[in-house]
Design a protein around this ligand. Structure first.
Ligand SMILES: *[C@@H]1O[C@H](CO)[C@@H](O)[C@H](O)[C@H]1NC(C)=O
Length: 559
């Protein structure tokens, strides 16, 4: 984007990045380099590695499996040893397991409650209030919205499961996490380590809990402090990394993606991981206090929703990404303006209406176009185009728009041979594109063979071929062998002589805004429009939109 400039990069980021890359390169080119082993092909990772309190730890999956399983057994023994029977008369051990069962229900319910409650709030924000992405401009602000929601759900669930002893909830949590760590590692997912790291200190805390507790206390506050430290630190690290990636990504993953739910779920799940001891802790207090806490948290959630509803998703440093194409159609001699966004934030339709009013013909009503494999308008950005919500506008026929478009953009077939017996046609598709870059062609055909790879899909299908060209390269070609379609076959587009209808499009190298701003005079009418529209957008949206403008040339050829 336009503001991806050195001055906007946090100090130290480049240093950090470069140091890591250098270390990696030095290792990969040293005598210990594992690169030679990779020649045999891909093998699934077998190593667990992470940084923990400043130490970089590395061990094998086998070590991990042994360690986590042994820990689970130790945790189980410890839970049994520290268990105090509330009714010692029974003395048959059945009490331990039924208590444990209750505890497991409580901690699982809290987790589910957090996830469900955060997602209900997400649904209301998105579908009822129409205020999605309200947290977009500030990466961690979503915690203020979905954190209270998740906590409300976690505590409310405890009203349903009823009373559990504090000690039981504490040990159940440890056993649940320890068993999941072993289970996840047993299916060869190194991520099990995360749960091992959070649950191992619980065992330490339980072991010394007896010494630390004051009479009348089930679990000492010290045990909470010891148990919380690891999940708090590991979880916060995870939180930062995950939100840093996913929050900006929600502005690029399309209107269809459930952005609000993705963020709500991340906050709830990560929140549950960071503060696992909330469950035993609330059972330290009476039912009345729990009820009050739930009411209080509901009010805070409501307040957060109200405040976030007033926020607008984008600001000048966290802009909405807009894609604008000025399309000159060689075949129809028409010009259209295409505008698309890649996020589900509210307000895009209104912006499109205003763009239509300002730049299209009078009385234009903006309608969204269907985005699918056959929408060739956006093939320049294929396959990213599938994330776009596109609008299409007619452009007014001003005097300068009447001139025919100068171009030498052609698609032709040479070496054309039809094999009647085999029912195939072989030809070379030649794309001639002087002054046009990043050409893309799309067509329907049953391709048997091509010079791209060895296995085109063995069926009648939509194909997209894109080329990344650089200045001075004006021609590319591809050899194709296609299956002839039956004359009265079920396929509507395949002509019986094997000719294919090719939709082609490319970017006019001199008509890209802001890239070619300095040479705008060479970009013709598209650049004039872009300059005007860019200024208008800046004013209209208060600098909260960053648009990429592309002057494209496209058409249809039957070859
Ligand atoms: C150009 O116009 C033709 C005929 O109307 C249409 O089929 C084709 O999809 C258009 N192509 C582009 C890229 O606008």
């Amino acid at each position: 984007m336009r503001k991806d400039l050195v001055e906007n990069i946090e100090p130290g980021v480049a240093q950090h990045m470069a140091e890591n890359v250098l270390a990696l390169l030095l290792h990969l080119t040293s005598d210990e380099s594992p690169l030679t082993e990779l020649a045999a092909g891909y093998s699934r990772p077998q190593t667990v590695f992470y940084e923990y309190f400043g130490f970089f730890l590395v061990y094998s999956f086998t070590t991990a499996k042994i360690m986590y399983s042994v820990f689970f057994v130790v945790a189980l023994i410890l839970a049994r040893l520290t268990y105090v029977d509330p009714a010692p008369a029974l003395k048959n051990g059945a009490g331990f397991f039924s208590e444990l069962g209750k505890g497991l229900v409580a901690v699982s319910a809290a987790f589910l409650g957090a996830a469900v409650s955060a997602n209900v709030v997400a649904l209301v924000m998105d579908k009822v209030l129409g205020k999605s992405l309200s947290w977009f401009s500030s990466v961690f602000s979503c915690i203020a919205l979905y954190g209270p929601a998740a906590l409300t759900g976690a505590l409310a669930s405890q009203l349903l499961v009823g009373r559990v002893r504090e000690h039981t909830a504490y040990t159940s949590l440890m056993l649940l996490q320890a068993s999941l760590a072993a289970l996840i590692q047993s299916i060869d997912l190194g991520a099990g380590g995360v749960l091992f790291l959070s649950s191992a200190p619980f065992a330490v805390a339980l072991l010394i809990n007896k010494v630390l507790t004051r009479p009348g206390d089930d679990i000492s506050l010290w045990s909470y402090a010891i148990g919380q430290l690891s999940p708090l630190v590991v979880g916060t690290t995870l939180f930062c990394a995950v939100l840093d990636v996913f929050v900006p990504l929600t502005g690029r993953m399309g209107e269809e993606a459930p952005a609000e739910h993705i963020i709500a779920t991340i906050v709830a799940v990560n929140g549950a991981y960071i503060l696992p001891l909330t469950v035993p802790f609330v059972h330290r207090y009476s039912h009345r206090i729990l009820v009050r806490a739930v009411i209080m948290l509901s009010m805070i959630t409501g307040l957060a929703m109200a405040i976030f509803s007033m926020r607008s998703p984008f600001d000048p440093m966290h802009q909405k990404r807009l894609f604008v194409i000025h399309m000159e159609n060689i075949t129809s001699e028409e010009q259209h303006l295409h505008v698309a966004a890649a996020d589900g934030a509210p307000g895009f339709h209104k912006l499109a209406v205003n763009i239509a009013k300002e730049f299209s013909i009078p009385d234009a009503t903006p309608t969204t176009m269907v985005m699918d494999e056959w929408n060739s308008d956006w093939d320049t950005m294929y396959p990213f185009s599938s994330f776009l919500t596109p609008y299409k506008f007619d452009l007014p026929l001003r005097a300068e728009h009447q001139d025919p478009i100068e171009h030498d953009f052609t698609i032709t077939a040479i070496n054309d041979k039809i094999d009647e017996v085999a029912g195939t046609r072989s030809f070379t598709m030649v794309v001639n594109h002087p002054g046009i870059i990043w050409t893309a062609v799309a067509f329907d055909a049953h391709v048997l063979n091509w010079t791209l790879d060895n296995n085109p899909p063995d069926e009648y299908a939509r194909h997209h071929i894109k080329e990344g060209s650089f200045y001075g390269h004006d021609v590319w070609s591809v050899d194709l062998v296609t299956k002839l379609q039956r004359a009265n076959g079920s396929f509507a587009t395949g002509a019986s002589d094997g000719r294919v209808k090719v939709n082609f499009v490319g970017i006019h190298e001199k008509a890209m805004w802001p890239g070619k701003k300095a040479e705008k005079a060479l970009g013709g009418r598209a650049m004039k429009l872009f300059e005007e529209m860019d200024e208008w957008l800046e004013r209209e949206t208060g600098g909260t939109v960053d648009a990429m403008f592309l002057g494209c040339v496209g058409g249809v050829a039957l070859i």
